[in-house]
Ligand binder design. Structure first.
Ligand SMILES: NC(=O)c1ccc[n+]([C@@H]2O[C@H](COP(=O)([O-])OP(=O)(O)OC[C@H]3O[C@@H](n4cnc5c(N)ncnc54)[C@H](OP(=O)(O)O)[C@@H]3O)[C@@H](O)[C@H]2O)c1
Length: 308
């Protein structure tokens, strides 16, 4: 697996999004743990979680507890959202809540310091700077090693950079073949050297289309390329994401060992802008996609390192 930079740390270029292991429709505990083990065996060293990745109201931190005690992997968690148990998601990014939430995450993950703590979502009724201030205090107290932000726009990224400096290392926004509205943020992260973690990276590349990849019912470029290469469309999609910038680290979700095993191999397609890489052949035109035709354009070279 190749690695990419998350702040000062090298992590696998493909992470695991652990949300499907704990929310509605989650697998048995046994299958969830097998999925995590499969990720680690495939060389994954980054797992994304959140205190709000649970189903019922009384099981806050279900996902963090599942991941507690893992060695050799960076666990990135988040605070600032809640799940009252009716399927909805709430937001509370007040300094008081973030500090309390961080204590809960430390306890459940059974660590003294959290490697990456992410603001899950800016709160429309809390000044953004107040939320950032709480994260800065948690960092100053040694409770979190680095700060990430999720669901933010370019102005918020620039403001956070100003206020948090080098402690701010990553942005996690939705980005996939179907949803490309965060292209400006992806490019800004490339420019600033911040890791960009696309969430729900497989949007538009459904599992059912993988199951029927041979017949390619939807016929997107991803599906056609997958058929030509004899790999899954998910793998083509993740390789395309990797090719967009050396600061992109996709975090595909999985609830089956086979899914993350397959996703983790996406880097092997070797698409990117570095000297040993091939240009990504996937034409991603259509609504909002034209700007992504030339991968690596804004990135200024490739930062990948091969570990095994
Ligand atoms: N910050 C935020 O606001 C936010 C919001 C949403 C998600 N996230 C994060 O982003 C992560 C990923 O998003 P997501 O889980 O919503 O969606 P996703 O990664 O786009 O899709 C996950 C689904 O794709 C399937 N899949 C994954 N790899 C596959 C492969 N190689 N072949 C076939 N099927 C494959 C999985 O199937 P199986 O379940 O059958 O394995 C899973 O159901 C989440 O886990 C979470 O950590 C963050």
């Amino acid at each position: 697996m190749i690695t990419r930079k998350l702040g000062d740390v090298e992590v696998s270029a493909i992470g695991l999004g652990a949300m499907p292991l704990s929310i509605e429709g989650r697998p048995s505990r046994e299958r969830a743990l097998a999925t995590v083990r499969a990720a680690l065996d495939a060389g994954v060293t980054l797992i994304d979680t959140a205190d709000s990745y649970h189903w019922h109201a009384d099981e806050v931190g279900h996902n963090e507890e599942l991941l507690a005690g893992l060695k050799g992997v960076l666990i990135a968690t988040k605070g600032g959202r809640g799940r009252p148990g009716d399927g909805s998601w709430t937001v509370d990014a007040s300094p008081e809540h973030l500090k309390r939430a961080c204590e809960g995450s430390l306890r459940r993950l059974r660590v003294d310091v959290i490697d990456l703590y992410q603001l899950h979502k800016p709160d429309p009724v809390v000044p953004f700077e107040d939320s950032l201030g709480a994260l800065a205090e948690l960092h100053a107290e040694g409770k979190i090693r680095a700060i990430g932000l999720s669901n933010v726009d370019s102005a918020q990224i620039r403001r956070a950079r100003e206020l948090l400096g080098s402690t701010f290392v990553s942005v996690q926004n939705e980005f996939s073949p179907r949803v490309r509205t965060s292209e400006p943020e992806l490019r800004l992260c490339a420019e600033l050297g911040l890791a960009f973690l696309p969430w729900s990276p497989l949007g538009g590349i459904s599992r059912s289309s993988l199951d029927r990849a041979a017949s390619v019912p939807e016929g997107t470029e991803f599906h056609r390329m997958a058929r030509d290469l004899g790999v899954s469309p998910q793998r083509v999609c993740l390789a395309w994401l990797l090719s967009l910038s050396p600061t992109v680290i996709p975090i595909p979700g999985a609830s089956r060992p086979g899914s993350i095993r397959d996703s983790a191999a996406a880097w092997e397609l070797g698409w990117g802008s570095g000297p040993d890489e091939k240009e990504c052949p996937v034409w991603t035109g259509g609504s909002g996609g034209g700007g992504l035709r030339h991968p690596g354009e804004a990135s200024g070279g490739n930062g990948d390192r091969q570990t095994r």
